[in-house]
Design a protein around this ligand. Sequence first.
Ligand SMILES: Nc1ncnc2c1ncn2[C@@H]1O[C@H](COP(=O)(O)OP(=O)(O)O)[C@@H](O)[C@H]1O
Ligand SMILES: O=P(O)(O)O[C@H]1O[C@H](CO)[C@@H](O[C@H]2O[C@H](CO)[C@@H](O)[C@H](O)[C@H]2O)[C@H](O)[C@H]1O
Length: 489
Amino acid sequence: MADDQNGQLLNAISRARWFAGKGRRAELTGHTRLGWLTDLDQWPAVRLEIIEISYPPDEDPEPAEGQEPGMRAEPVDAPGSALRQAQGTSGAIPYELYQVPVSYHRAPVPELAHAELARLDDADLGSVVGYDATQDPAACRILLTALLDARRVREPDSEVRFTPTDTEGLSADDDPQPFRGQQSNTSIMFGETAMLKVFRRLELGRNLDIETHEALNKAGVADVARLYGWIDAGWRHHGHDVRADLGMLVEKLIGAEDGWGLALDVLAQGRSFAEESARLGRALAEIHAALRDAFPVATTSGERTAQTMTERFEVARAIAPALDAYADGVLATFGRLGAGTLDVQRVHGDFHLGQTLRTPAGWKIIDFEGEPAKTLAERLEPDSVWRDIAGMLRSFDYAGASVPGPGSAAWVADCRTAFLDAYAGGGLDADDAAVLRAYETDKAVYEVVYEVRNRPDWVHIPVGAVAALSEQTPSGTQAVRSDPTGDKE
Ligand SMILES: Nc1ncnc2c1ncn2[C@@H]1O[C@H](COP(=O)(O)OP(=O)(O)O)[C@@H](O)[C@H]1O
Ligand SMILES: O=P(O)(O)O[C@H]1O[C@H](CO)[C@@H](O[C@H]2O[C@H](CO)[C@@H](O)[C@H](O)[C@H]2O)[C@H](O)[C@H]1O
């Protein structure tokens, strides 16, 4: 019976948009049922569940460095930094954990047929049908109510905590609607007020999106959504105490237009996006300043940065041999970082037009989780602000390449100038330009790999950028100035 349940569940999960193991032989190797959020005579019965997915060794021939074969969870006994260290330098845990909130009904519910997970005999409930709770309005209301009520659900081996921070004006009567747009997690919109983002692939430790929103809200930065609260849990996993953030409730941004779609429309209509680019530059500068105050800052050597970029390039070449032709120019560009130092701090990490929403109240920046291909440990490392600046410049280039035409190159150049001027308050000197060139090249190399793996038809866009950047390396400059705002302590 348990095998049958696992089979049904695995089958349902494998088809979900958020499942990262498509095309691989996945096995369901663990199932943690957190405490009931509902009384046992209440329907639907709702519970958050965590599914462990593993892959046969031949599906994953390169386990993360430093991990013993067969190693499971690392010891994680304290919140915050200890968790990070535990997950830390050796990279990701050697399996994936997915969160599946389940809504159990006594009989099939035709309107939820698309969200069915399994039919089973549950130890507490008897014969039931389990549905993806994010698709069941009754279950969504139970989740929101638990958050508004700051519930703690304790079991001998687990605890689920709902932590509201700023929920005045929110009501559990707000109509829940699953978000239908593109995303890696699952969001539920509550009326016109709030959005609950349910994290799917879990990482042990603090979620970067929650942590960054909390810090930026505290600093009074208006360029991000307000954080209304979060859900986290602690549980025993393979004999260790672990904890993870499970979801975040944020302000629903009303009248939000996706920056990528907007830029493409504007370009297709032959209109300028320069003023919007300048606003994005100012928003990013404000966010960076607040992140400098809220999180640790450090200095790193240009040499170390060049080394990291070079290593990333070598990995990318093996995946995309088209990069070989540009190796000399790319390596020379990275090499120009060598003599100086770089200030590093908490940054967005994957800043592009798709991470921006234009609202009547101005641009809002979302999704502070960094590049999806990096481990949490890598994404926690402070980085240079040039990472985000380069990310947006690459995005303007993508927009130009996606709407080719006689005016596209000039449109991209205008966006670029307006964004840089607004961010840095003037032109860049040769040293800044050299650092920016290295970061743009590194980002384009990352994009080549991203496109090979996700959208092979788009790979010509970043390959074209690598070609252009490698031919135009600035000459005669060795020193690195690390703060493009010129606003250094
Ligand atoms: N606060 C918000 N209000 C309204 N819509 C939002 C909000 N945050 C995100 N969105 C919408 O949800 C989409 C996915 O958000 P994102 O944070 O990138 O999710 P994921 O990390 O799951 O991919 C965005 O492109 C945007 O359309
Ligand atoms: O939004 P995510 O964090 O999932 O970012 C990943 O996917 C992005 C594509 O959706 C990808 O962005 C690349 O394509 C964009 C156009 O679709 C373009 O605006 C970006 O500049 C380009 O990097 C991103 O790199 C990847 O991490």
